[in-house]
Design a protein around this ligand. Structure first.
Ligand SMILES: C[S@@+](CC[C@H](N)C(=O)[O-])C[C@H]1O[C@@H](n2cnc3c(N)ncnc32)[C@H](O)[C@@H]1O
Ligand code: SF4
Length: 373
């Protein structure tokens, strides 16, 4: 399977925790130029590229006005052969949804929507700097169903300062009551330079401690599993057979193109990263030149280690025969003694042909991965 990611670098306002590349409408109002340059970038992709999945992310794709959203999807249709696409996702912010936009998305081929709810707690939403309240998220979800979307993900963030475990579980219950097919449950990350990180560093907000965060994570996991959601990736849960196929390509070390400013690609064994600057991106494409800001060709060992840690994000773990076939080396040749130690410490488990994180390691996966890269 191969995937296409398209980054829409526009948001109505900046959330206080978010480090994704985006501009607000008062910083950039030339959506036509962005769409024109995106179309040029899509035209430059190899002719043989037939994606199985498409993921429109951002930023906020649904921040575009209806006529621009329509131009955006037309540009994709004109340039990309979509006949093999089985999953076509778009992100959506509840503060930007209208039935008209959703109908344009469906006509554009979107068959899965990921809605950024974050929390159903208005106080938490204000702290995060979201543009919507909880009621709008519920209405937005209903709007998705009314528009005919039968594959919907809800994004939630846990460990928001000020939320008790009862609040966190109330959020999870609200989400379960809406009955989405998929739930992403992220731990709040304090990205360098964001307003929330400044607030934390200045002592204006106090994040929960590690133990409290871990307790919340396992309480939410148990609640979602009891409600019929399978836990398939560290932060992701779904109904049977509703895994996000596009993200599985990333986690399984597959190949994809990323278009739009700041998007990354992995193709023919090389990694590319587009410039994180909308004007710079457009300038390059107006000259019909690549918008790549970086190019990395990992050596065989580094590539194998990366494949191992991304694969371990999946709760089913890594298929060791497939790993050896694709990487040209076995995990034992790569880092056998470290793996033995991690098994001894109860952080990894080896069963038959699979190596996986143990349940205890799920919440401290980054420290396990740092031993393996
Ligand atoms: C591009 S946004 C989703 C669509 C839309 N922009 C929105 O926010 O509604 C992707 C998701 O990343 C998550 N996210 C972004 N920054 C994060 C952070 N610092 N910590 C945890 N999750 C974060 C949020 O859950 C968000 O829904
Ligand atoms: S979380 Fe979503 S809406 Fe908020 S700034 Fe980031 S990309 Fe934009």
């Amino acid at each position: 399977m191969t995937g296409l990611y398209i980054h829409v670098p526009i948001c109505i306002a900046r959330c206080r925790y978010c480090d994704f590349y985006k501009l607000t409408p008062n910083e950039w109002d030339n959506i036509d130029l962005f769409i024109q340059c995106l179309e040029t970038e899509l035209q430059r992709l190899p002719k043989e590229f037939l994606p199985d999945t498409v993921f429109i992310g951002g930023g906020t794709p649904t921040a575009l006005a209806p006529e621009k959203l329509s131009d955006f999807f037309e540009a994709i249709k004109r340039t990309i052969t979509l006949s093999c696409v089985v999953e076509f996702s778009s992100e959506a912010n509840p503060g930007t949804l209208t039935p008209e936009k959703l109908s344009i998305m469906r006509e554009g081929g979107v068959n899965r929507v990921s809605i950024g709810v974050q929390s159903f707690n208005d106080k938490a939403l204000r702290l995060l700097g979201r543009i919507h309240e909880a009621d709008q998220a519920v209405e937005g979800f209903q709007m998705l169903r009314d528009a005919g979307f039968d594959n919907v993900n809800i994004d939630l963030i846990q460990s928001i300062p000020g939320m008790t475990q009862a609040d966190v579980l109330a959020d999870a219950r609200m989400a379960i009551n809406l009955d989405p097919e998929h739930l992403s449950y992220y731990n709040l990350i304090y990205e360098p330079g964001t307003p929330m990180t400044h607030d934390r560093d200045a002592g204006r907000i106090i994040p929960p401690g590690d133990d409290e965060e871990a307790d919340n994570y396992f309480a939410v996991k148990a609640l979602l599993e009891d409600s019929g959601y399978g836990h398939y990736e560290i932060s992701n849960f779904c109904r049977p057979d509703r895994e996000c196929l596009h993200n599985l390509i990333y986690w399984q070390g597959g190949e994809y193109f990323g278009c739009g400013p700041s998007a990354h690609s992995h193709w023919n064994g090389a990694r590319y990263g587009n410039v994180r600057d909308l004007q710079g991106y457009c300038d390059q494409l107006l000259k019909n030149e690549n918008p790549f800001g970086e190019l990395e060709r990992l050596g065989t060992e580094a590539k194998a280690r990366e494949r191992l840690v991304t694969g371990l994000r999946l709760t089913e773990g890594v298929d060791l025969s497939a790993f050896e076939r694709l990487s040209g080396t076995s995990v034992d040749e790569l880092c056998g003694p470290v793996i033995d130690d991690l098994i001894e410490e109860g952080l990894l488990q080896r069963e038959g042909n699979r190596l996986a994180l143990t349940a205890d390691a799920l919440f401290i996966s980054n420290s396990v991965f740092s031993e393996l890269v």
